[in-house]
Design a protein around this ligand. Structure first.
Ligand SMILES: CC(C)(COP(=O)(O)OP(=O)(O)OC[C@H]1O[C@@H](n2cnc3c(N)ncnc32)[C@H](O)[C@@H]1OP(=O)(O)O)[C@@H](O)C(=O)NCCC(=O)NCCS
Length: 172
């Protein structure tokens, strides 16, 4: 498996599984009927954000991640990221590899921390994976997500510091 920059030609291979994950409504705070054009604009992000794909030897897109500053201006030093692994290829380490890649990118880019804004508490695979990569749950928004099967469930804010606090370096 190789993780590389996504290009516009990858989109037709990303969209089918991204659409299915969003339509399932179990893991993302996106509208379940998100249309393709809007999804493409959201997912294939522009610098300083970045979108990557994980591909196998045959060129099959196994999964994708996008990474970006979580806020703008004086809060732009905190990164965030989103992940979609094709369910046909889940459980084979693609999510872990994408998570490690995104953390490497954030460190190399000088971000001070990474924050995931909305991890659905019933998404046990994702929560366990992010914890194993060093994230902690900072807080849980009670009933922040309406799950199609479980009803109202919590939304975790997950966080990981990437650099020591800059007490003596207010300019960053
Ligand atoms: C969450 C997601 C990114 C994980 O990707 P993946 O390729 O299936 O994950 P991996 O194969 O790398 O496995 C990750 C870990 O989850 C663990 N895992 C699998 N099923 C699990 C379960 N039911 N409960 C707890 N952990 C589980 C695996 O053991 C693995 O840990 P290991 O590497 O120590 O063995 C992927 O399932 C996905 O895209 N889901 C839909 C969208 C989504 O939830 N995105 C993230 C939003 S925060």
């Amino acid at each position: 498996m190789v993780i590389r920059e996504a290009n516009p030609g990858d989109w037709p291979r990303i969209w089918p599984f991204l659409r299915d994950i969003v339509r399932a409504g179990e893991t993302y705070t996106y509208d379940r009927d998100l249309d393709e054009e809007r999804a493409r604009g959201m997912w294939l992000t522009a610098p300083p954000g970045r979108t990557v794909v994980a591909v196998d030897e045959a060129g099959t897109v196994l999964g994708t991640a996008k990474m970006n500053p979580n806020h703008m201006g004086p809060a732009a030093h905190i990164a965030s990221a989103s992940f979609m692994v094709d369910p046909a290829h889940s459980g084979r380490g693609v999510g872990r590899a994408l998570g490690e890649h995104v953390l490497d990118w954030a460190r190399a880019s000088g971000y001070r921390a990474m924050q995931f804004n909305a991890v659905v508490e019933t998404n046990v695979r994702a929560v366990a994976l992010w914890r194993s990569l060093g994230f902690e749950i900072l807080a849980t928004l009670p009933e922040g997500f309406r799950h199609p099967v479980h009803g109202y469930v919590g939304l975790h804010i997950m966080y990981q510091a990437l650099h020591p606090p800059a007490a003596a370096d207010p300019a960053g």
